[in-house]
Structure formats: structure tokens, C-alpha cells
Design a protein around this ligand. Sequence first.
Ligand code: NAP
Length: 469
Amino acid sequence: MTIATVNPTTGELLEQWDPLTAHEVNERIGRAHSAFGAYRLTSFADRAGWLRATADLLESDIDGVARMMTTEMGKTLAAARAETVKCAAACRFFASQAESFLADEEVLGADVGAERAFARYQPLGPVLAVMPWNFPLWQVVRFAAPALMAGNVGLLKHASNVPRTALFLEELFVGAGFPDGVFQTLLITTEQVEPVLRDPRVAAATVTGSTGAGRSVGAIAGSEIKPSVLELGGSDAFVVMPSADLDRAAEVAAVARCQNNGQSCIAAKRFIVHDAVADAFERRFVERMEALRVGDPLEASTDVGPLATERGRVEVEELVADAMAKGATVRCGGARLDGPGWFYPPTVVSGVAPGMRMFAEEVFGPVASVLRAADLDHAIELANAVDFGLGSNAWTDDRAEQERFVRDLQAGAVFVNGMTTSFPQLPFGGIKGSGYGRELAAQGVRSFCNLKTVWLGTGRREADVARSE
Ligand code: NAP
């Protein structure tokens, strides 16, 4: 795949790059390796200062950063601005919290025959981050802010359609004062990922992307006995029960499905509605989806911009065609928009059922599958009947039902009467085909650390005997 910026609104090729040569990649890994030698010894205060400067830089040009993302992958300018602001906030959060998340974990020395004993978090080294284009700034900052605070260094292989954002990220961290080599962007192809990860100077990997990419990189990491975090695709359920506020549920459902032009791992994708309210919910949902304005993502009035790639639109079309051939009904949308750019309208497909590709696969575009459930157990069964387990949403005012969803939905998160989202304060990640490991919160900072057991004795017989008595 070529490494190029193509504006999805117009289809125009704006700029392209040659991938780094093997020699250049080797040189950059060397820089990362030697940078780690000194960076691991820097103080939390220094790292926090550089990360706060990163936040300052982002906040000093929110519009410029947002425009870069919008012209590169098509998200609306408002969404791109919000992403930039969120990244700055995450940098500040980890700058202030990482040291306490990584504090030594003390145990009672006497219990283990030591004068003092504790576990200490220490960084692992250069971490290879394989990242997707859909939140081109956030996905990288979500990895980098905690990882750099922990004393690791980063090597970024970004998606091949967002090279401008990829190069900007290196400039950003360097501009904020992080020492040379602490964060580098590698403009490389997927084929070049394997030799980087097998290089003994690279300590670990993190992947945010499709299940296929995660399986492949995770297998290489496993064969090298290197830790990995996999944040992969999702097909989140959005369950609506009779006690839910249907107007509010339908309003949030449309946003949850169409956020980021329908290209979010945690977008609600399968709407599982109790029979008793199915017609009433679907009517409201279709109205909300039809009301969304599709257009130029740089225009303030636009709710939904183009899909990021031409191939992505074809994949969405194929999934909709498969569902229709197997008996589903398109309630709104359902056909690409004529003209330049890769536009596809908000679409509701009713009567989706197991056996259709849309049921089992991730639909990466503004297309909602609607399914009906006979009761609570059936709703949970449908929600869990896929290989993904990232987020999930349940709409009900009934406390007992809420407890059932919290207990039984197979997912890394459950949001009750709200849509799945991420916060620096809460852990984020999936189960099943959606991956393993967690980002954000304390877990995110600890992900790429060696938890070293430290046992301190005196080495003097009298003291040891006294302690063991
Ligand atoms: P993708 O095709 O898997 O690409 C993601 C990254 O992996 C890109 O940098 C890509 O490079 C690279 N890649 C792909 N196949 C690879 C392989 N076999 N070996 C090594 N690297 C490989 O996914 P995408 O289309 O960019 O992003 C959409 C997917 O990401 C969706 O499935 C979405 O749900 C998921 N996602 C998950 C999360 C989460 O937190 N769980 C968040 C956002 C997105 P190239 O671009 O060069 O192919």
C-alpha cells in the first residue's frame, strides 16, 4: 500500500511518501534504543513537563491540527477539534497522575522475611505502536502519553493513509522537548512491521486496528516473547428495553452510530430492540438518522463526512448488499452518494439476523443493523453472539435489568443509558476478538512496565533470625 494523503472529500491525492529503507529503519531503532538508556533515568517531573508542553502545543493550534486530520481522513472539523482538545487533556491527566499510578507497591517486610519488600514499575524500552487512521491523533496519544510517562520510548507505525498526522506527531513530541529519539514516526509498510518487532532492541508492541492486524502482530510478538496490547475492532450492541426513554435512546443511537462518520471501534453497530418497543424505537431512530446532514466535513453544518477510503466504502456496500439479499430491509440511506468523495449516507437496515455478514462482521461506516429481541435473555444472547467484545450499551430504567447487563454482556465496557466513550480516568479495552490488555487509567501506564519484585534484607544472620521468629 502506498503511503499517501488523499482527501476523502474530493478524492484528490495531496502528497505521497516513499517508505523508509531497511537501513533508515535500523538507524531509527538504534536511536530509540540509545535514547531509552538515558530517558529511563529521567524524573517524573521532567517527563510531566514535556507532556504538559505537548498539551500546550496542541491547544495553541487546535484549528490547524483539526484541519490536517479532516483533510486527511474526512472526520468533521468539529470532531477533529474535539479530538485535539481531548488529547491535550489526556496529556495533562497522565502528566499529573502517572507517578502515583507507578508508586512502589509495598508489602509488610516481616511477612516475607525482609527488612523491606515492594514491587516497582520499571519501563521496558522501545515500544512499537501500530495505529489506525480513524482517530489519528487520539489513538497515538492514548498510547504515548502513559507509555512515555512510564519511561518507555515510542516507535510509531501509523496507518498508511494518515502520514501527515504521523509526521506531525513526531514534530509535536520533539517540539515539546522530549529528548531526541524518545518518540519517532516510522513511515513503513505493513510488511516492514515484522522485522521491526523482531529486532531485539524493540521491547513490546501495541496495536490498535482490525482483528486481522492484531492477530498478525500479536502472533509475532508472542513468538518473540514480547508483551503486546491489542485494541481491535468491535460490533457493539445497543440494547433498548421497554422502560427506556425512547426519544433519548433514539437520539443517542444516531450519534453513537454515526460519530466519526460511522468509523469508530466503539460505535454502536447492532441495535437490539425489545419487541414491545421495536416499532416505536425504529421509527424515531430512522427520523434521527435521516436528519443528519451529510457533506463537506469542513463545513460547520455537517454531521457526517465521507468515509476515509474508497475501499472502506466498497466494504460497507458489500455488507449492506449481503443483508438485503438475505431478507433485510433498508429503512433509510442504503446507497452511495453520487459525486466526488467517498460519501455514504446514514443507513438503517432492519430485520438483520444471524447468518448475515452485517450481524457477525464490523460495519465501518454509518450503517445501523436493527434486530428484535423477545425478552431480556434473548437480547443478551444476541448481544453476545459475535466474536467481538469491545463496548456495549443498554437502555433501561429497571435496576434489575441494569444489573443483568453489567453482569452478562461480554464486553470490555458497558454503558447504561449512555453511549460508549473513553476517558483518561477509565480503563479501555476489549475481550474476545476485540483484543486484550487495557489502555488509559492506571492500567494504561502500567502496560509496558516490568513489575520488579524487590526484597531488601540486611545480610546479617541476627537480623534475619529475629525477623523469622
Ligand atoms: P487496519 O487495517 O487493521 O490498520 C490498522 C494499522 O495496522 C495500520 O497501521 C495498518 O497499516 C496496520 N496493519 C494492517 N494489517 C497489518 C498486518 N498484517 N501487519 C502489521 N500491520 C498491519 O485497521 P484500520 O482500517 O486502519 O482501522 C479500523 C479498525 O481499527 C477497525 O476494525 C476498528 O474497530 C479498529 N479500531 C479499534 C480501536 C480500539 O481501541 N479497540 C480503536 C480504533 C479503531 P496500513 O495502513 O499500512 O495497512
